[in-house]
Ligand binder design. Structure first.
Ligand code: GLA
Length: 405
C-alpha cells in the first residue's frame, strides 16, 4: 500500500528520535536507576550526627556546681587576663582567681623608684601596682573574688630589698629596719587594694612556705635561703601577721599558705600557735600540688580536718594533680579530682571543715608550671580550651567510679 508523504515523515521522525536516544545512552552504559523510595532519602538526607555523650554537660560549670558551698578559683597570668577568648571560659567556670606571679613582691617592688628616693625610702620602699590593676578591674567588673598572694615569702622577693642601700650584694639591714620595711610593704599593698578595690580581696596569703623540715631551724621555721629569717629572725611570721591584722579593714581573712601540709602539719601548727594566740591569723591555705599516686583521703581530707579541729579556716589554694605518664593517667586523674571534691564538699556540708574556696593552679595544662605533667582541668586546643576528664572528675560526674586503695 502506498503511504502518504506525511505518513513517511512521521515514520522518519520516530526512527530519528529512537536513534538519537540510543546514541545518548550509548555514552553512558550504566542504566540510570529508577529512584525508589528507599534509595532517595539515603542519598539526600544529612548524616545523623553521633550523639556527644557529654553534651548534657555543655551548660554546666564548676562555679555553679559548688555555688553556696565554696568559690572555685583559678590561677591566672596577666597574659591570660588580656585574652578575651580564654576569659570567656574563666567567667563561666570560675568566680575567684589568684595572680600567678603579678602580686608577688618582685612584681610590686619598684627598685628604680626606691633608689631614686633614697635615703627617704630607707624604710619606705616604693611600690608599683601596674601588674595587678588589669586583673583587679576584671574581678571588680565580673563579680570575682581575689586571693591576695602573697605578702611575705622567701622566694620571688628581690634580695636588694633586704640590703642597706637597696642594691644587690650590699650588707643586709638590721632587724629593726627590715621590720619597718615589712610593715611598710604590707601596709602599702593592703591599702592600695582596700582603697581602690574595697572588698575584692577575700583572703590574704600573709606568709607563704615559712615552714620547712629539711632546711629550717630547730622549730622547722624556714631558715636556709630565707632573707626574712636572716634579717628579722625566727619570729618574722609573727610580725608579718601582726602588720596584716593592723592594716586590714576586716574584709579579708588572713592565711598561712604552704605545700606538702600532710608532711608538716605538726610543725605548721606549732609555728602558727603564737600567731593564733595573738588573734592574727584566720586560716591555713593548703596548696595541694598533688600527683595521681597520692592518697586524697589522708593527704587532703585528713589534714584539712586536723587544721579545722585546731581552729583554722581552710582553703585549697593551688590545686593541681600531676600525672605520671602512664596509660591510665586520664582516668586516674579524673578519679583523684572527683575524690578531692567529694571529700571537701562533704566536709563542708558536715561542718567538719570551714572551707570557702578551692583554687586550681592554672587554667590549662599549657600554661601550668607543670605543663609536662598535665595537671589541671582544661587542655588548650585550636580556638580555645577543652574540658579534660579531670574536669568531669571535679564536677563529680556520676559515671566516674572514683575509689582509692
Ligand atoms: C608555690 C607558690 C606559687 C607558685 C607555685 C609554682 O606553690 O606559692 O605562687 O609560684 O609555687 O607555680
Amino acid at each position: 500500500m502506498k503511504r502518504k508523504p506525511s505518513a513517511w515523515i512521521a515514520v522518519l521522525l520516530v526512527v530519528a528520535m529512537a536513534f538519537a536516544g540510543c546514541t545518548k545512552k550509548g555514552t553512558d552504559p550504566t542504566p540510570t536507576p529508577t529512584p525508589t523510595e528507599e534509595i532517595t532519602p539515603a542519598v539526600t538526607e544529612e548524616p545523623t550526627p553521633t550523639p556527644d555523650p557529654k553534651s548534657e554537660w555543655d551548660d554546666k560549670f564548676l562555679k555553679d556546681r559548688y555555688a553556696g558551698k565554696f568559690k572555685i578559683g583559678v590561677a591566672l597570668s596577666a597574659s591570660i587576663i588580656r585574652n578575651e577568648t580564654l576569659m570567656e571560659v574563666v567567667k563561666k567556670e570560675f568566680n575567684s582567681f589568684t595572680f600567678g606571679n603579678e602580686m608577688k613582691p618582685d612584681s610590686l617592688l619598684n627598685q628604680r623608684a626606691t633608689l631614686d628616693g633614697y635615703p627617704d625610702t630607707y624604710t619606705e620602699p616604693v611600690l608599683q601596682f601596674v601588674s595587678i590593676e588589669n586583673g583587679l578591674n576584671f574581678a571588680r567588673d565580673n563579680g570575682f573574688g581575689v586571693r591576695g598572694h602573697t605578702l611575705c615569702w622567701y622566694s620571688q622577693t628581690p634580695s636588694w630589698f633586704f640590703t642597706e642601700d637597696y642594691k644587690t650584694g650590699s650588707p643586709l639591714v638590721s632587724r629593726e629596719v627590715m621590720l619597718a620595711r615589712l610593715e611598710s610593704y604590707i601596709r602599702q599593698v593592703m591599702e592600695f587594694c582596700q582603697t581602690n578595690y574595697p572588698g575584692l580581696i577575700y583572703a590574704w596569703d600573709v606568709c607563704n612556705e615559712g615552714v620547712d623540715k629539711l632546711t629550717g631551724d630547730e622549730n622547722a621555721i624556714r631558715k636556709k635561703g630565707n632573707l626574712w629569717y636572716s634579717t628579722i629572725g625566727p619570729d618574722f611570721m609573727e610580725y608579718a601577721f601582726a602588720y596584716a591584722r593592723k592594716y586590714s579593714d576586716g574584709t579579708a581573712k588572713l592565711y598561712y599558705n604552704d605545700y606538702n601540709c600532710f608532711d608538716k602539719q605538726k610543725e605548721i601548727l606549732a609555728a602558727l600557735k603564737p600567731i593564733q594566740e595573738a588573734g592574727n591569723i584566720d586560716g591555713i591555705g593548703m596548696q595541694c600540688h598533688l600527683s595521681t599516686g597520692d592518697n586524697i583521703k589522708s593527704r587532703v581530707y585528713g589534714v584539712a580536718k586536723n587544721f579545722a579541729q585546731n581552729g583554722y579556716l581552710v582553703e585549697i589554694t593551688e590545686l593541681d594533680i600531676a600525672v605520671s605518664g602512664g596509660a591510665y593517667d586520664d582516668t586516674m586523674q579524673s578519679m583523684k579530682y572527683k575524690l578531692l571534691f567529694q571529700y571537701i564538699e562533704q566536709a563542708k556540708l558536715d561542718g567538719e571543715v570551714d572551707i570557702d574556696s578551692v583554687t586550681i593552679w592554672g587554667l590549662s595544662d599549657f600554661d601550668s608550671w607543670k605543663r609536662a605533667d598535665k595537671p589541671v582541668l582544661f587542655t588548650t586546643v585550636v580556638g580555645g580550651l577543652q574540658r579534660k576528664p579531670a574536669w568531669y572528675g571535679a564536677m563529680q560526674d556520676p559515671s566516674i567510679d572514683a575509689f582509692e586503695w
